[in-house]
Design a protein around this ligand. Structure first.
Ligand SMILES: *Cc1c(COP(=O)(O)O)cnc(C)c1O
Length: 433
């Protein structure tokens, strides 16, 4: 039987580097042939062979309502008929900005852009422009997009800055980036003691979804806040993944419940706020955001920023997820999934740990939840790959890499969850042999 996924992959590789437009799609970590998606509806998509999958990637986060939600589809179709792009302001941009700010009280102002990479890069430029400082702090295992200064791993000590993780990034560009261990309070304190007066900002994923699912501990997040305040550095929460995914108020609302008065100075958003269209945003305190051109001296711009079709998609998505009870129901289903997976793994004698918040989840083939990147790295990738391909064969599509979070949408039914747990139970039996 001919495999259309394989045929398309061969064809793609001739004209697109690696056959993909974003590296993880190539299945390089897990091996095998990437599935070319033909169409999607609700919680499912169909590949080029017509095989159906329960989708736990949801475009890596944006599809919180599932695919093809009628209200979103209607909004996008109406907007498209009115025009694709104008290069002039529209009412919908104002509406979307207002809708975002309504749910994130830490933000006074927001600017819309087209990707999370662009948003993170721009937030850092604002922080540097506002403070007149150069240095930035990030954490190992956190992803903030592929801007040059962020493609960096830890140097040999706190006095030395990072090393580029990508070819094509000059050492001079990462020399101001300090990379620290996630959840390590002592290292954080030492870094600020050494460099505090030069640190423009600290950027962090509050729940790190780019090392599967690792929460910043409450004491760690509290210390990030205190040290930034004390040293006049800008605290930037990268909520591109967690924003409107883990709660309507995003991850910052969860930390605000645990830490009195907690709020970031700036927030980076993407994924859910675009509902699947290229749309992202960064925002925060008025005094910081007023540094942006045309008001201030920090330049930032975009031909397609605030695109009318993308903002229509984002607005319709935000309207649906703001309905009372939305996150309770989403969280209940996600919990049912991870609890089912945990029970099946335990029954098969497979070491397993899992966590979830709202519609985002992660799991590890190890007995305890890791707290930082080096522990996540100890996961046995061969076992993960067996699980991944076992699930894929059974029509359950999870991220093709063990360092990635998973996502449940409002379209997933209890029956979808049960079928996924059943498929996983069969795969765990393969692992326990
Ligand atoms: C996805 C992601 C980004 C990058 O967003 P793109 O739209 O892919 O550029 C940045 N930060 C976090 C936390 C992300 O999950």
């Amino acid at each position: 039987m001919s495999d259309r996924n394989q045929d398309l992959f061969e064809r793609a590789k001739r004209v697109i580097p690696g056959g993909v437009n974003s590296p993880v799609r190539a299945f390089k970590a897990v091996g095998g042939t990437p599935r070319f998606v033909q169409r999607a509806q609700g919680a499912y998509f169909w590949d080029a062979n017509g095989k159906q999958y329960i989708d736990y990637i949801g475009s890596w986060g944006p599809m919180i309502l599932g695919h093809g939600h009628p209200a979103v589809l209607e909004a996008v179709q109406t907007a498209a008929r009115e025009g694709f792009s104008f290069g002039a302001p529209t009412e919908r941009e104002v509406e979307l900005a207002e809708a975002i700010l309504e749910h994130l009280p830490s933000m006074d102002m927001v600017r819309l852009v087209s990707s999370g990479t662009e948003a993170g890069m721009s937030a850092i430029r604002v922080a540097r422009g506002a403070t007149g400082r150069n240095k930035i702090v990030k954490f190992e295992g956190c992803y903030h997009g592929h801007a040059d200064a962020l493609l960096v791993k830890a140097g040999s000590g706190l006095a030395t800055f990072g090393t580029a993780t990508s070819a094509g990034v000059p050492p001079e560009v990462v020399q101001h980036t300090l990379v620290l261990e996630y959840n390590n309070v002592q290292q954080l304190e030492e870094a600020f003691a050494l460099h505090g007066a030069d640190i423009a900002c600290l950027i962090i994923e509050p729940i790190a979804g780019n090392m599967n699912f690792v929460r910043a501990s409450v004491p760690f997040m509290q210390r990030c806040r205190e040290l930034c305040t004390r040293h006049g550095s800008v605290l930037v929460l990268d909520e591109v993944m967690t924003g409107f995914r883990v709660a309507l108020g995003s991850a910052q609302s969860l930390y605000a419940q645990a830490i009195p008065g907690f709020e970031p100075d700036m927030t980076v958003l993407g994924k859910v706020i675009g509902g699947g269209m290229p749309l992202a945003a960064f925002g925060g305190k008025r005094a910081l955001m007023e540094n942006l051109a045309p008001l201030g001296g920090v330049y930032q711009a975009g031909t397609l920023s605030g695109n009318p079709v993308a903002t229509a998609c984002g607005l319709a998505t935000l309207r649906e997820i703001s309905r009372p009870g939305f996150y309770e129901e989403l969280g209940r289903k996600t919990k049912a999934l991870v609890n089912g997976l945990q029970a099946a793994a335990t029954q098969a004698g497979v070491a397993f740990s899992t966590d979830s918040q709202g519609g985002m989840f992660g799991f590890f083939l190890m007995p305890d939840l890791p707290q930082n990147y080096s522990t996540v790295m100890r996961t046995d990738s061969a076992r993960f790959n067996t699980l991944f391909h076992g699930l894929l064969e059974r029509g359950v599509y999870i991220a093709p890499a063990l360092y990635e979070a998973g996502f449940v949408s409002a379209a997933h039914t209890d029956a979808d969850i049960a079928a996924s747990v059943q498929a996983a139970a069969e795969c765990f039996r393969l692992l326990s042999n």
